[in-house]
Design a binder for this molecule. Structure first.
Ligand code: AMP
Length: 542
């Protein structure tokens, strides 16, 4: 017997319709590339998203054709999120930090038909457009009549001219909820990037789940600052969850330095912010010396890379802000786990709570996870046993778009490439990417643990731990450190800092000081490149 409930597809257009009808006066504030702050409401987003849809019809773009963006977090990008996907096209957000060769490659692979870009990225578009034969129209996200002269880019139009003449009424198509809605290429370190292709259904289910109290806890009473970029995994789905909950949205544009982000948080009474650790490091580095405090910020979600415990402490002890550690990946839309304590854990002493808070957290309903050994057998949830982390669920990829290899799933599970433990309460902790694990004398050393300890030293700005060949132990950990500007610390002082913080055999064998650690397009440390850089290095005992 089938249920007798209405069968309505889960569509992105319904999110913007809902936002317009139920919290049409909710505010959207954006720092523009031009430098000023732009303000309008969800009703404005909805009106202009319909104009975008009409503009795409005028371009004769068919269903599922790809519309690319190279853009910061801002109101026009938000309009494209709803106008492109809502009208049945696929929004392809491109990461502008990728190498131009990679951008040209993925625009060709995705067969993008139209590219919308912020003025900041004009030089990038000038560098790649000749290698993007499928793109027939370029739209610069700027005011009417503000296109620079002689850009050399064919079929270029200013966004406000492009949508300005379009009607603001549009009937959203009733799509199959499994239709593709957006896509994002992973920034893998080897081979060509691979595309996760999200659907309307996966996006809506993720939006519901992300808004839950033990996940991102977003509500109409919040003022939310997604520093996490809209050009990578849909800013962790925040634009969709925001339309669903009616929170105020605050967009930082390209100004991600500590001062600009702090001013935006204070000026817009931000209660809740989300971003990767490097951005928060810049913010804390600005606030400390200037003796600044937050007057409205209560919570921040930090993920994308392991959040150093010293950062969790600093936010809580100095600024009264709760840090929620999150884990996910492009292939997971991206949210997988979030670290919110259970009731019984709130009674624990602060040190024990801290041990839990630094974990990546427990699975969100919709994400099933497990750890397996080399033989593929499931390993126990005891908080100690390491294994390859696998996941499955309705917002996790089953394959890549136009994949050239075999489908990634193993017995229906997606192998994340992360190595993790899971404890009896279901809290997962990443110890490494599987290719970064350090194997010393038959035991594994977690590079993240070693980095976290170093990050607790006041002179350390960034730390990476890599395994170096060793004649006796197979591999031994080497610590690579970037010092804070003006700070002094020696190799011996840093190694002494590990005493009583970890087992003796896990203490790095040596420390190398560098001016910078190579970072990838999403701000993660590129250990492959770091290892190349260190190829002539020899451990003292080796
Ligand atoms: P991406 O697909 O570029 O978002 O990268 C996903 C990968 O980032 C994951 O597979 C993890 O290796 C890493 N990652 C994401 N969040 C965290 C976190 N909180 N702690 C440690 N690693 C993380």
């Amino acid at each position: 017997m089938l249920g007798l409930m209405q069968d309505q597809p889960l569509l992105i257009s319904s999110l913007i319709d809902f936002a317009e009808r139920h919290h049409g006066d909710g505010e959207i504030v954006s720092r523009r590339v031009e430098g000023d702050l732009h303000r309008y409401t969800w009703a404005g987003v909805a009106t202009r998203a319909r104009q975008v849809a009409n503009a795409l019809d005028a371009e004769k773009l068919g269903p599922s054709e790809r519309v690319a963006t190279l853009a910061w977090n801002g109101y026009r990008h938000l309009e494209l999120y709803f106008g492109v996907s809502g009208s049945g096209r696929v929004l392809h957000t491109i990461n502008p930090r990728l190498h131009p060769d990679q951008i040209a490659w993925i625009a060709g692979h995705a067969q993008d038909r139209l590219l919308c870009f912020d003025a900041t990225f004009l030089p990038l578009v000038q560098a790649v457009h000749a290698r993007c034969p499928t793109i027939a129209r370029y739209v610069m996200l700027c005011d009417a009549g503000k296109l620079p002269a002689d850009t050399g880019i064919p079929n270029l139009v200013a966004y406000e001219d492009w949508i300005g003449k379009q009607p603001s009424t549009y009937v959203w198509p009733q799509l199959d909820e499994n239709s593709a809605s957006s896509m994002c290429y992973t920034s893998g370190t080897t081979g060509h990037p691979k595309a996760a292709l999200y659907s309307h259904r996966s996006t809506l289910l993720h939006a519901y789940a992300a808004a839950l109290p033990d996940v991102m806890s977003m509500s109409a009473r919040d003022s939310v600052l997604p520093v996490v970029p809209m050009f990578h995994v849909n800013a962790w789905g925040i634009p969709y969850s925001a339309a669903l909950t009616g929170c105020k949205l605050v967009f930082p544009g390209g100004a991600l330095d500590g001062k600009s982000v702090y001013e935006l948080i204070e000026g817009e009474r931000v209660t809740y912010a989300a971003g990767v650790p490097t951005v928060w490091q810049m913010l804390l580095a600005h606030m400390g010396p200037n003796e600044l405090k937050f007057s409205s910020l209560r919570r921040t979600v930090i993920g994308g890379s392991a959040c150093p415990p010293a950062m969790i402490d600093a936010f809580r002890d100095k600024y009264g802000v709760e840090v929620l550690h999150a884990w996910g990946m492009t292939e997971m839309s991206p949210l997988g786990t979030l670290c919110t304590l259970k009731n019984k854990q709130l009674q624990l002493p602060p040190e024990d709570q801290m041990k839990i808070r630094m974990k990546q957290g427990r699975a969100i309903f919709g994400v099933d996870m497990r750890i397996v050994g080399e033989d593929g057998k499931e390993l126990p949830w005891d908080g100690k046993t390491y294994g390859d982390l696998q996941v499955r669920g309705p917002w996790i990829v089953k394959d890549y778009y136009k994949a050239d290899g075999p489908p990634p799933l193993v017995d229906g599970w997606f192998p994340t490439g992360d190595v993790a433990t899971i404890d009896a309460d279901g809290f997962m902790q990443i110890t490494d990417r599987s290719k970064d694990v350090i194997k010393s004398g038959g035991e594994w050393i977690s590079s993240i643990d070693i980095e976290n300890i170093a990050m607790g030293h006041p002179a350390v700005q960034m730390a990476a731990c890599v395994g170096m060949k060793h004649p006796k132990w197979d591999e031994r950990p080497l610590l690579v450190v970037v010092k804070r500007p003006g700070a002094q610390v020696t190799r011996e002082e840093l190694l002494a800092f590990y005493e009583s913080k970890t087992a003796k055999w896990q203490v790095p064998d040596d420390v190398v000081f560098l001016d910078a650690i190579p970072l990838g397009a999403t701000g993660k440390m590129l250990k492959t490149r770091l290892r190349e850089q260190l190829k002539d290095y020899k451990l003292p005992t080796a």
